[in-house]
Each structure stands twice: as C-alpha cells, then as structure tokens.
Write a protein that binds this ligand. Structure first.
Ligand SMILES: *[C@@H]1O[C@H](CO)[C@@H](O)[C@H](O)[C@H]1NC(C)=O
Ligand SMILES: *[C@@H]1O[C@H](CO)[C@@H](O)[C@H](O)[C@H]1NC(C)=O
Ligand SMILES: *[C@@H]1O[C@H](CO)[C@@H](O)[C@H](O)[C@H]1NC(C)=O
Ligand SMILES: *[C@@H]1O[C@H](CO)[C@@H](O)[C@H](O)[C@H]1NC(C)=O
Ligand SMILES: *[C@@H]1O[C@H](CO)[C@@H](O)[C@H](O)[C@H]1NC(C)=O
Length: 540
C-alpha cells in the first residue's frame, strides 16, 4: 500500500479570515472520504486558474518502527548507542521509499502532466509546482495508490501568523520586565558562559510573514546585552527574508536565543508567503530533509490545536521529528499560551484542548513561568498561560511514564477525567520565564511581551551552551533530550510548585486546568534550568 499526503497551499488563504480554496477541494473530491472540513470552517473563495500552487507529496517511508527503536537507543544515556547519531545520508538509507513507491508516484504525476517536481536527500518528499488549473486535472489514481489528501486548516479565527498569538502583549500594570541580564542572572549564567566551540550553531524557525530585522537585533543587543560576549547578527538566513515590518515573534525568538545562547552562531529558517499560512511545519521539514549540515538546536514557537489536524498529518510530522532526533538535533517547541485549553463539545460539555507539535513525544516542549514577585529576581511560579496537558493522539512514551504516574497519584484534586486523556503523551517537559519580556521590533523597544514563545528560545540557547561544552570535550550533541531529562528526575532544574494554568471556564474545574506540584507536572514540566547544575548533569 502506498500513501501520499497532498498538501495544497495557495495564495488565497488569508489568516484569520476563513478563506480557503474551494475549487481546488471540489476538483479533488474523489478523495473526499479522506478529509473533512473542520467544524466552523466554510469554503468561500476560489483560486485563479493560472495561479501557481505548490503541492507537497509525502511518500510512504520505510522502517519507521525501526527508526523509532533506534531513536530510543541513541537518546538513552544508559544505552551503548547513546549519542551515536546518523548522518542525513544514513537516515536516508533507512527511510527512503521503496523504488516501487517512487516509480508509482512518478508515473502517477507524469500521467497528470506534473513535471516540475523536486525531491530531497531522504527521497520521502516531492514538491511540485504547477498552476491551479493543472492541479484540477489530477484524477483518481490506480488501485496501487492509496491516496490521503490532507489539507491543513488552521483553527478558526486564530491568526497563526502571530504564532502563539504568541508573543502576546499584556497591557496590565507597569513592571520592570525581563531582559537578557535578568535571564542570565536567574539561570545562573556567568560572563564565562558563552559559546566558544567553532562548529556550534543554533536556529529559530519562523513561518508565515514573521521576519526579524537585523537592525532590531543589533539595537536590542546594544541596549540590553551588556556584560557578556555575544553576537549581534544572524549567521545565516535559510529561505527568503521578506520586506515589510518585523514581526514581534521573530524579533523575540532571535533576540533571546542569542542572549542565553550567547556567542553561538545562529540561523533563521524563514518561510515567507501566504501559502505557508496553512502549513507551518511541513515546509521546514522538507528543508531539513534536504540539508546535510544543520544547527544542533532548533526552537519553534508555533502550534495548532490537535483537533484541527488530521492524525495522518500529525503522524507524518512526528516521524520527521524522529529523523531530526536520529541526527542528534534537539527540537524545542513552545507549549502554547492557553493553559490546558478548552474545547466546547456540546453546550454542556467541555474538554481540554491539547496542542501539536507540543504534544509530540519526539520534541521537547517548553512551558512558561513568571517571577513570584515581578519586581524582584525571586523564585518562579506558574504563568497561568503555560500550555500543558495530555495528547489525544500520541500515547504516553516510556520515558515519562514514571513521572506522569507519580503526578497523577500524588496531586489531588485532578480535573475530571472527562477533560483529559490519561493515556496520552503529557507535556510540557520543562519551562522558563514567559512573562513580561523586553523586545526590540521595528527599532522600538517594546515591553511586556509574553508567552511560551519567549521561554522556548531561552531554553534552546542554554541547551546550545551545553552542546558547546560537550563539543569541547569531544562529546556528541545532546540530541533528543527527553529520555535523559526524565532520568535526571529534576536534577539541574528549579522545581516550580505553585500555581494553576487556565482552561475551560466552567464550574466543574473552576476555570483551572492542572496545578503545578513538586517534581514533574503538566504545567511547567520538571521546572526551569539552573544552568551550572544542568550543565554538570549533562556533561558525560
Ligand atoms: C534539494 O536540494 C537539491 C540540491 O540542492 C535541489 O536540487 C532540490 O531542488 C532540493 N529539493 C527541494 C524540494 O527543494
Ligand atoms: C544559582 O543562583 C542562586 C541564586 O542566585 C543561588 O542561590 C544558587 O546557589 C546558584 N546555584 C548554582 C548551582 O550555582
Ligand atoms: C566567541 O566564539 C568564538 C568562536 O565562534 C571564539 O573564538 C571566541 O573565543 C568566543 N568568545 C569568548 C569570549 O569566549
Ligand atoms: C561541523 O558540523 C557539521 C554538522 O553541522 C559537520 O558536518 C562537520 O563535520 C563539523 N566539523 C567539525 C570540524 O567538527
Ligand atoms: C486517548 O489517547 C490515545 C493515545 O494515547 C488515543 O488512542 C485515544 O483515541 C484517545 N482517546 C480519545 C477519546 O481521544
């Protein structure tokens, strides 16, 4: 059986405005049993016949199960294979589709006159550009092909071009705010804790129309980054930086990964253009599958509600995360800014609403905290927005079973069990400050920027610093850290034990989701990094 996911992305979807590609979908109605339009969405606007459309075909991979087993071994500090990562070419040998799959897909495309296609090193993606008119000619395929058409729909009304709405600015109260020096003192980074290895690098991935401006970054560093060696420019932009205004999300990510991960060369993966607005992750995944040398740490502050995505789509993206882990790459995702989330099933029934990719078992998910006293460098408590909960799609991975069971046993009362899926992958894995940051965007210093969009690059930069020390000792990168992180049992992290995050506002759960507790919890994970202690715990 051959599976293809087709992602059709064109210019006509406008974020937040519910406009989707009607003619394209109806012309492909032969696949209609494979997808459905999510609730609350209507198809309203069409595509010009000669507009260019890019289709991404995800070909069925081989050895996915084997890859999963191998990832467990290379990420488990107690395994002899710990840190024995694969090159992209080795990953390709494992996953590339059978020749038969490739041949069938190629013939199928050719028979529809689709010629302008590009493959990747791992051969499991094909990207084809054609006019919309040409896409309408794609007709049912032979019985050899089982085709899944997977069009992605963003949750209604959510302007995902802002990431997690993301970098949200709160208007409440004057506070001094978080700057690089606050981050560095809270997490015990000294002036010596900067990158020195020549071959280290880190990255943020931006989607949609989020650009950073080099001038903002330089100004941010000169205003806020005193007292430690740092870089003030991005090393490499992959993709096209568009013109226009800088986005607050992009500015935030770049400015803070380069403040905690100071003096480390930083890349920005950028995917401009409206056609990306439906599809934040696949494009980036295709890029990673086509580049042999990529940074060791990637942070991403974008996500969607699990229930707005198809399982097939999420499973494929999850497999792509495994490929990253096998290569020794650490992928960090923001846990989201809606606490446990809320989904109205009926008038009376609500449940929590997990987010993806935060809920993937193969990424490291970062929640958010704030200072107990926002005027002082005190200890940290839950930031009520910190995304967390249990996946409805991915089962709980082995590495976290003990920690999660301990939480479920010791914390009372828990939200009612109808609200969450006790068998699912639980997140976040750890956290950092997410409240009240200073950011420079469009040359203006902006206070009170908040969200797990902020905590994620901060943690990413610290993992890069640890990689740096590891490289100097001749050790491999940290790679997919979760199995090791859970074995640390909180060592090297400040436990966050106070506060609840938000969720459904109904009387059963009194507006609360989960609560933080000693050791791991589905609000702040294992807690926030105490850099020198974490470094020590991860240096072998
Ligand atoms: C992958 O890289 C190769 C070589 O640089 C290039 O020819 C090809 O178009 C790329 N594939 C995609 C999908 O961009
Ligand atoms: C980290 O900093 C805190 C407060 O500044 C201090 O109490 C603690 O001893 C430091 N921990 C380490 C491991 O350096
Ligand atoms: C900054 O990094 C470079 C390598 O990229 C290194 O040569 C230099 O010594 C580092 N600076 C400090 C203060 O460690
Ligand atoms: C630097 O890193 C790249 C991968 O990012 C690797 O291919 C290369 O061998 C490394 N070079 C050294 C000198 O370690
Ligand atoms: C609960 O999660 C599991 C995966 O652990 C999934 O298979 C199951 O369908 C989920 N149940 C619901 C009601 O979503």
């Amino acid at each position: 059986m051959y599976c293809i996911w087709v992602t059709c992305l064109t210019q006509e979807f406008l974020p937040g405005s519910s406009i989707l590609l009607l003619p394209l979908l109806t012309s492909l109605q032969c696949y209609s049993q494979c997808f459905s339009v999510p609730e609350n969405w209507i198809l309203v606007e069409g595509v010009e016949p000669l507009e260019e459309v890019e289709l991404t075909f995800a070909l069925k991979q081989q050895n996915v199960k084997q890859m999963e087993e191998l990832l467990k071994l290379v990420s488990d500090p107690d395994s002899h294979q710990y840190g024995k990562y694969l090159s992209l070419e080795e990953v390709a040998t494992l996953v590339q589709p059978t020749q038969l799959t490739e041949k069938v897909v190629q013939n199928w495309l050719q028979s529809h006159g689709v010629k302008n296609c590009h493959t990747v090193v791992t051969r499991d993606f094909l990207q084809c550009v054609m006019t919309y008119q040409e896409t309408t000619k794609i007709r049912p395929v032979s019985h050899l092909l089982s085709v899944f058409l997977r069009n992605r729909f963003p949750p209604k009304g959510k302007d995902i071009s802002k990431g997690w709405e993301g970098a949200r600015q709160s208007a409440l109260g004057y506070q001094l705010g978080v700057t690089p020096s606050v981050i560095r003192s809270r997490y015990n980074l000294t002036a010596k804790d900067v990158g020195t290895a020549t071959n280290n690098s880190q990255a943020v991935a931006q989607f949609l129309e989020q650009y950073y401006h080099p001038a903002d970054l330089a100004e941010f560093m000169s205003l806020f980054a005193g007292g430690f060696t740092h870089m003030s420019a991005v090393e490499r932009v992959v993709g096209t930086q568009g013109g226009g205004k800088a986005g607050i999300e992009a500015s935030l990510d770049v400015e803070y990964i380069m403040s905690s991960g100071a003096n480390i060369s930083t890349w920005v993966f950028t995917n401009p253009g409206r056609h990306e607005s439906q599809e934040p992750f696949l494009q980036w995944m295709v890029l990673l599958s086509n580049m042999s040398a990529v940074p060791w740490v990637h942070t991403i502050s974008y996500g969607d509600d699990e229930d707005s995505l198809s399982d097939a789509y999420m499973n494929r993206i999850n497999t792509e995360f495994m490929k990253g882990g096998l290569r020794g790459i650490s992928m960090l995702f923001a846990s989201g800014d809606s606490g446990a989330g809320c989904r109205h099933l009926t008038k009376e029934r609500n449940t929590f609403r997990p987010s993806f990719p935060a809920s993937s078992p193969y990424v490291t998910t970062v929640g958010g905290t704030s200072f107990k006293n926002s005027f002082k460098l005190t200890y940290e408590v839950t930031d009520y927005i910190s995304g967390g909960g249990f996946s409805n799609v991915f089962a709980m991975p082995d590495y976290q079973v003990g920690a999660v069971q301990a939480y479920l046993k010791s914390v009372q009362p828990l939200p009612p069990q109808t609200y969450f899926n006790i068998t699912g992958r639980a997140y976040p894995d750890l956290a950092a400050l997410s409240d009240n940051y200073w950011v420079v965007t469009n040359r203006v210093p902006v206070p009170r920027v908040s969200g797990t969009s902020a905590s994620t690059p901060v943690v990413g930069g610290m993992l890069s610093l640890i990689n740096d020390q590891r490289f100097l000792k001749g050790l491999p990168s940290l790679g997919f850290i979760n199995p090791r992180l859970y074995k640390l049992q909180g060592k090297g992290l400040y436990d966050v034990t106070e506060g609840c995050h938000q969720s459904c506002l109904d009387d059963k759960v009194e507006g609360k989701g989960f609560r933080a507790s000693p050791s791991w919890d589905p609000v702040t994970g294992w807690g926030t990094p105490n850099y020198p202690a974490l470094l020590k715990a991860l240096m072998d």
